[in-house]
Design a protein around this ligand. Structure first.
Ligand code: NAP
Length: 520
């Protein structure tokens, strides 16, 4: 196997630093996955511990190594280290030898097996071109000091050192990425892997900092470790091959973040305008965890539950923040952060048609953060507003703050007017059958639902024959476009951004993948 990357002609440059594990149990499925994955990655990892024992044979392995057409890493991970292999260490090493004979470019051997069974000696494997990866796994945490772990691996004299640990804090990503500097100093390639949803930051950035590759799943559902992205997302959404030391990093902080649409939305816009920026999800429950690293970011989207707590990190509050008491955006301005609430711009954009039509009498459902953004826009347009919430007390306080009327959500059928706005989360996936008020009795010219997952809510469907309906997608795209413009000073490609979200949501819904919740 020639490992010169220039020879990997069939693999586009976008995928050369991606390693896709093959983890099928049956030989025919394994082979099909090899063929499919060979088009998606610069490296394939054969997880032989997943393959059933009756299919462990040299001719088959040789054929798959040939079929792969890219360097193959053979791994036989023991159960105690997160794999499926339950045999003896002698049997494990027997399989490693078979993989070497089959032409694997690398074999991955756990530090435990190297130390206990091989007594720290790897010489017996060094007869041919196959290189040895010594690996360390910790599914509980990232140890406070990684130095002893690195030293343990370094002492094996393996060709490549792999350290995979669970990221419990955002900072664990940075400590794992620092290992690349040590490897560079010592002249040994390192593969750091931060497992768990918090580890996405280093999974995306590691190749740009010198990691041999980063692991990615062939498809959603085929992950071999928690937090793994798909190869398509790494190359097409995060464009890891284009990240370098000059790339500006932005992201969205919130918890839980789930399958956030913001990365695909903003990264598509950055690519369209040729900007060297990468936008990542930061699923951080405690904002203080991210706080020491904020200064390195060009900008930040902020979602539930951090929209108020984030204000302490802003040197300046925009009028939209003062009016609503919350921010969804931080923008770097002369080295400090300014806080904005672009949900206000989102509402303004979504309500362009009804406001132009001169709506006056408005009923606003919900008394949370998004309702406040709507209140600001309705006030500036002189509308007469009644706010309805399930908690009448909250509705009253909200109404007093803005000079509105108020009532209970259970009284929704009593009201009517020009415009109805749903600023509650009722109707959002997965509870798509629900509506905040009985839609049969509603009488409005316009109905705006802030929910966009699903794209067509039950409320909108039920009102369509009587009213002009406005989807939450309009607001979502507009608030994101405004963020983009604040960060870059450039006009956002709104139509493209809308298309991308629509396609992603439509595809998920078409496949029956009910992704619960939405950002905002
Ligand atoms: P929030 O601050 O948590 O407020 C949620 C509001 O919905 C509160 O008034 C809450 O009442 C009410 N609510 C929740 N569950 C309810 C239920 N089962 N029955 C009746 N009322 C219920 O959240 P938010 O930021 O305002 O967001 C509200 C909605 O707008 C969410 O669906 C969010 O995704 C959406 N949003 C969309 C965009 C967009 O761009 N399209 C942007 C921002 C927000 P209690 O206070 O009694 O809990």
């Amino acid at each position: 196997m020639n490992l010169n990357p220039e020879n990997l002609q069939t693999i586009s440059i976008a995928r050369r630093n991606i390693c896709v594990p093959i983890r099928e149990g049956a030989a025919d499925a394994f082979e099909k996955a090899v063929i499919k994955a060979s088009l998606k990655a610069g490296y394939l990892e054969f997880r032989l511990d997943y393959l059933r024992a009756s299919d462990w044979n040299l001719p088959l392995l040789k054929r798959w190594v040939e079929l792969a057409g890219v360097p193959v890493i053979a791994t036989i991970r023991r159960k105690v280290n997160g794999g499926e292999f339950t045999g003896t260490e002698a049997a494990q090493i027997g399989l490693v030898e078979m993989a070497i004979a089959a032409g694997a470019a690398f074999v991955d051997v756990e530090i435990e097996t190297i130390e206990s069974f091989l007594k720290g000696r790897l010489e017996s494997f060094r007869t041919g071109p196959t290189r040895i990866i010594a690996s360390y796994h910790n599914f509980e945490q990232t140890p406070v000091s990684l130095e002893p772990v690195y030293q343990r691996l370094w002492q094996t004299r393996a060709d490549v050192l792999k350290i995979a640990t669970l990221a419990r804090t955002f900072g664990d990503n940075l400590r794992l990425l620092d290992l690349l500097l040590w490897g560079n100093r010592d002249g040994v390639p390192v593969i750091p892997v931060a497992m768990g949803e918090l580890g996405l930051y280093s999974r995306v950035l590691a190749p740009s900092r010198g990691a041999l590759f980063t692991y990615a799943a062939l498809e959603t559902g085929l992950e071999t470790a928690p937090g793994q992205l798909t190869a398509d997302d790494l190359s097409e959404v995060y464009r890891i091959h284009q990240i370098d030391s000059n790339t500006s990093i932005l992201g969205v902080v919130g918890y839980p973040l789930g399958h956030s649409l913001s990365p695909i939305l903003h990264n598509t816009a950055f690519r369209q305008l040729g900007l060297n920026c990468c936008y990542l999800p930061f699923p951080v429950s405690n904002l203080q965890d991210l706080a020491p690293h904020l200064a390195q970011l060009l900008g930040l989207s902020v979602t539930i539950p951090h929209k108020v707590a984030i204000l302490q990190y802003a040197a300046r509050l925009d009028g939209t923040v003062k009016a609503t008491g919350a921010a969804n955006t931080l923008v770097k301005e002369r080295g400090q952060f300014a806080a904005y609430n672009t949900d206000v711009d989102g509402v303004r954009s979504a309500l362009r048609e009804p406001l132009a039509a001169g709506v006056q009498k408005v009923v606003l459902l919900g008394a949370g953060g998004a309702a406040r953004a709507a209140a600001v826009v309705l006030l500036e347009n002189g509308c007469h507003v009644t706010v309805l919430a399930r908690d009448r007390n909250k509705a009253r306080q909200f109404a007093e703050a803005f000079g509105f009327e108020f009532g209970g959500l259970d009284q929704g059928a009593k009201y009517g007017g020009d415009l109805l706005i749903n600023a509650t989360s009722v109707g959002m996936s997965p509870r798509t059958d629900e509506t905040p008020v009985n839609p049969e009795v509603l009488d409005y010219r316009f109905v705006f639902d802030m929910v966009y997952n699903p794209l067509d809510t039950r409320l909108l469907k039920a009102c369509r024959d009587r009213a002009t309906t406005i989807s939450g997608l309009d607001m979502f795209v507009a608030q994101a476009a405004k963020q983009f413009e604040l960060w870059t000073g450039l006009e956002a490609p709104r139509r493209l951004m809308r298309q991308v979200v629509q396609t992603r949501l439509g595809r998920q819904q078409g496949r029956g993948e009910a992704i619960a919740g939405q950002e905002g």
